[in-house]
Write a protein that binds this ligand. Structure first.
Ligand code: SF4
Ligand code: SF4
Length: 245
């Protein structure tokens, strides 16, 4: 059987059930090639209680998008385990509560477009049926919408959509390759949040902007505020947009 893509709606029955009883249990976590988003990294580095720099060095590989010059992160392959996820265990995912968005969505693919008339976000879904995965055809008694709710994926999709918007902006304003130093700015502000915080708090990164003290304190208070500021700062720094805080 070849991999198949079947468009589905939120109201369709989800003909899929993943279970530890399936003979393929964990196989999907043992041969990975998934891109990690900034929000994925934020959740995982906090789950294993590591500063972003240490997490990134230990668990991720950094690539450069060939057409865009944007950083692309994946899990780091391990000579002993190949492309297996560093967090897969015999009994399941070690960081299940904080697993990446793509792990939550699997085997659904999701695309987002703006309705031309209303400007509202419209989601499209498809089931990707891969040969190694034996969960297909099972009747879990849920619709696609109910299954998605069980994956607790809304926060990931919300934050990841902001990165898609940023990439779309980049492609409009700066098609083609970013310079290496610009790629580093993008990487630090979005993926290496604890370093970004140090640059703001200790190295005066924002000093020339003369922001109100209270605003800066709010930005560095928690990782999600910092990530959202990072997106705004990248838009300002690299793509000439007004700084929205
Ligand atoms: S391969 Fe499919 S059914 Fe098997 S554990 Fe992974 S997601 Fe579940
Ligand atoms: S993070 Fe968890 S669910 Fe995702 S690939 Fe790794 S072990 Fe599997």
């Amino acid at each position: 059987m070849n991999d198949e893509m079947l468009p589905v709606t939120l109201e369709d029955p989800m003909q899929f059930n993943c279970s530890a009883d399936n003979p393929c249990f964990n196989q999907c976590c043992r041969d990975l090639n998934q891109a990690l988003t900034p929000y994925d990294v934020l959740r995982m580095k906090n789950a294993v209680n590591l500063p972003s720099g240490q997490f990134l060095q230990k668990y991720t590989a950094r690539h450069t998008g060939p057409g865009s010059g944007l950083p692309v992160l994946t899990f780091k392959p391990n000579p002993a385990t190949g492309h297996a996820c560093p967090f897969v265990t015999d009994s399941g995912c070690f960081i299940y509560k904080d697993r990446p968005g793509s792990c939550r969505m699997y085997p659904l693919a999701r695309a987002v477009a703006k309705d031309r008339r209303t400007g509202e976000k419209v989601e499209y879904f498809a089931l990707i049926e891969e040969e190694h995965c034996k969960g297909f055809g099972a009747q879990g008694g849920k619709t696609v919408a109910q299954w998605l709710k069980g994956q607790d994926v809304v926060d990931h999709n919300t934050e990841n959509d902001k990165i898609l918007e940023l990439i779309s902006l980049k492609n409009q304003i700066r098609p083609g390759q970013l310079e290496g130093a610009e790629e580093d700015i993008f990487y630090m502000a979005l993926y290496d949040l604890d370093n970004f915080r140090i640059q703001i708090e200790e190295k005066g990164l924002l000093a020339s902007l003369d922001l109100p003290k209270g605003s800066v304190e709010k930005i560095v208070t928690d990782d999600l505020s910092l990530l959202n500021f990072g997106i705004a700062w990248v838009k300002y720094q690299l793509f000439g947009k007004d700084l929205e805080i």
